[in-house]
Design a binder for this molecule. Structure first.
Ligand code: 13P
Length: 258
């Protein structure tokens, strides 16, 4: 039987392969982006038994990096998409355009988009829906601010973001959730492992997407803390910013996967 799940393990039961995803954010020009890609590709075989690798370059590099990645087993993704299929939306990019240049994934609802562009759960939901319609796997991002954590609202915030951001039609086979505490992004700070475990368990339960759902942790993940985070029962990979810009660190995180 052909297993059509993008997370197929060929074994027909719940076994989530780790996904190590690099979110390059607004970094990289052609030369350094291609050099980074080649270094990641060179190390990909050595980590293939541990994790799936994904790189999400800025829009300008997607096409060229997609061509470089062909046949490498390293997947390609984008950092955002528009909710509409086409039309008068200056500066925006539709999900089908991303699929057309080889993307398999698209990040939606990153906290930097929610902050910089005022994106709401409803908009994130619409973007994720558009991604699904284009055959892309949305990586739907959620996470609390520092003030929300300090006032004991983390679980309530995450619950409400999940409810608002996951579109109809999402399943464990076609969508990924990333938990990224806003205060941990680019700060070198991370929640404690029990705090991460608590949120990831809640995401699995409240998302309604079941035991096969891949839930990534993001926020200052690096080689030195990757093992303790990736060893948690409901942490199925990482969404990595800063450390994904150095191939050695990105690969070391994948290698750390248990
Ligand atoms: P850092 O790894 O730089 O903290 O960024 C995390 C992130 O925002 C990934 O999407």
């Amino acid at each position: 039987m052909v297993n059509l799940s993008p997370h197929a393990n060929g074994k027909g039961f719940a076994m989530r392969r780790k996904l190590i995803a690099g979110n390059w954010k607004m970094n990289g020009q052609r030369a350094d982006g291609l050099a980074l890609t080649r270094e990641v590709m060179a190390g990909a075989k050595a980590v293939a038994a541990k994790a799936d690798l994904l790189v999400c370059p800025p829009f300008t590099l997607i096409s060229e990096i997609g061509a470089a990645l062909a046949g490498s087993g390293v997947a390609l993704g984008a950092q955002d998409c528009h909710a509409k299929v086409s039309g008068a939306h200056t500066g925006d990019v539709a999900a089908a355009m991303l699929a057309d240049v080889g993307c398999r994934y698209v990040i939606v609802g990153h906290s930097e988009r929610r902050t910089d562009h005022g994106e709401t759960d409803a908009q994130v939901n619409a973007k994720a829906k558009a991604a699904l319609a284009a055959g892309l796997i949305p990586i739907i991002c959620i996470g609390e601010t520092e003030a929300e954590r300090d006032s004991g609202k983390t679980l309530a915030v995450v619950r409400s973001q999940l409810k608002g951001s996951i579109p109809e039609g999402a399943t464990a086979a076609n969508a990924v959730i990333a938990y990224e505490p806003v205060w941990a992004i680019g700060t070198g700070r991370t929640p404690t492992t029990p705090e991460v475990a608590e949120v990831h368990a809640l995401v699995r339960k409240e998302s309604g997407l079941g035991p096969d759902l891949r839930i990534l942790y993001g926020g200052s993940m690096k080689p030195s803390n990757a093992l303790e985070l990736l060893a948690l029962a409901d942490v199925d990979g990482g969404l990595i910013g800063g450390a994904s810009l150095k191939a050695a660190d990105f690969l070391a995180i994948a290698k750390a996967a248990p």
